[in-house]
Design a protein around this ligand. Structure first.
Ligand SMILES: [Zn+2]
Length: 119
């Protein structure tokens, strides 16, 4: 339940405040220090654009958001469902080590590729 409440709070803040226009939005230290894009660069701007229905803009900020959304949705559903077989199935998927390894691998691969491709 805490995950869902935290996510809702973050979504509300991200929807209400444009990260490109507010100084409070966290800035990427890797990008500031090196000029390189980390895998999460643009994630908050992408989420803001997505919450306002601007899918292309969100895609251009960070492709990985679209890959991680189904996983985050499954995490929240797995946390919020009352006990039962569906909850256990969803949690078995989201907490499976191969799923976590796959997402971590894709996350770092995305970080490398976006700097090679310049996106
Ligand atoms: Zn970054």
């Amino acid at each position: 339940m805490c995950l869902a409440i935290g996510l809702m709070a973050w979504l509300a803040m991200t929807a209400l405040f444009d990260p490109t226009a507010n100084a409070w939005a966290p800035k990427c230290l890797l990008h500031a220090a090196t000029g390189l894009q980390c895998p999460s660069c643009g994630f908050q701007r992408a989420a803001h654009a997505l919450l306002h229905g601007r899918f292309v803009e969100a895609w251009n900020y960070n492709w990985f958001l679209f890959l991680v959304l189904p996983y985050v949705a499954a995490l929240v559903v797995g946390e919020c469902l009352p006990g039962g077989p569906w909850r256990e199935r969803i949690r078995a998927f989201t907490h499976h080590r191969y799923v976590l390894y796959a997402y971590l691998t894709l996350y770092f691969l995305w970080g490398i590729l976006r700097n090679i491709w310049g996106i």
